[in-house]
Design a binder for this molecule. Structure first.
Ligand SMILES: [Fe+2]
Ligand SMILES: [Fe+2]
Length: 278
């Protein structure tokens, strides 16, 4: 029973479930526990989060070059796009609960608000599980399902480099990779609408709106860590970005959405942040 688990153990359970249905229901349970704000965070015999979360047999993970290209005018192109998005959402479930399981103890040691940290990332994780379900249902309606096509492991690999750095994880996962989603999603939505796939476009509208909140959570916690360290956020961001994601944030940027998420422009503007132009 989930209510017998500590918050950290409930988050670890999400990471150790391989199959989509089981991972999503573990995510819902852990998010519900986080929302109660009435939990023991950890116990001595809690399992540690795994280095790699459990994944289903399918999809096979291949190098990014081998993932299907997406011409959205044709059904197979739209299926390939939706499959890639489903895979991102699936990874994002694990990233949210890895935040709680791996970095929650550090939040507690720093004397920061562990309950709020778990509530924030539990909410993100519940959103990601719902996003995954929405896109997978849409794949079913189009005659496909998650696992049908190869996918790549770039998202988890980029994040796993930061397994020992909470500030680094926040920079890479919500503040570079999820923020990148805000940059590219509006044009995907437009292309889907132009291709007449209103149903898929409407789902991406919902996801886009909610992802702004995920980047906002990343921004808030990054600032909280910097404040706790007495560090200047923009300079700290740039150092961590060079360490963990040297390719840097990639323009063009969606200023409107990034502003709504509260992200300072010095985190990503080359002229302000001296990023290499890419
Ligand atoms: Fe999502
Ligand atoms: Fe997200």
């Amino acid at each position: 029973m989930t209510d017998a688990l500590t918050m950290r153990a409930a988050a670890v359970r999400v990471l150790t479930e391989a199959e989509p249905e089981a991972k999503c229901s573990a995510a819902e349970a852990a998010a519900a526990l986080a929302k109660t704000a009435d939990f023991a965070f950890a116990a001595k015999d809690d399992p540690a989060p795994p280095d790699r979360p459990a994944r289903p047999q399918r999809p096979p993970l291949v190098s990014p070059a081998k993932v299907a290209r997406r011409r959205l005018g044709a059904l197979d192109g739209r299926i390939a796009l939706l499959h890639a998005i489903a895979h991102i959402e699936f990874n994002a479930i694990d990233l949210a609960f890895d935040m709680i399981a791996r970095f929650g103890p550090e939040i507690r040691e720093r004397g920061l608000d562990t309950v709020q940290f778990c509530a924030d990332w539990g909410k993100v994780g519940a959103d990601e599980a719902r996003h995954f379900g929405m896109i997978n249902n849409r794949l079913h309606a189009l005659g496909a399902r998650y696992g049908d096509l190869p996918a790549h492991d770039g998202l988890w690999e980029a994040a796993s480099a930061t397994a020992a750095s909470l500030a680094g994880r926040l920079v890479v996962a919500p503040l570079i990779l999820e923020a990148r989603g805000l940059d590219v999603t509006p044009s995907m939505i437009q292309k889907l609408r132009r291709a007449g796939d209103v149903e898929s476009a409407d789902l991406l509208d919902v996801i886009y709106e909610e992802e702004i909140g995920h980047v906002a959570a990343g921004t808030r916690w990054f600032h909280a860590i910097c404040k706790d360290e007495g560090a200047e956020p923009e300079a700290t961001f740039r150092v961590l970005q060079q360490d963990f994601f040297p390719a840097g944030p990639k323009p063009p940027f969606n200023h409107g959405a990034r502003d709504l998420a509260g992200m300072p422009r010095g985190f990503y503007e080359p002229t302000l942040g001296k990023f290499p132009l890419n």
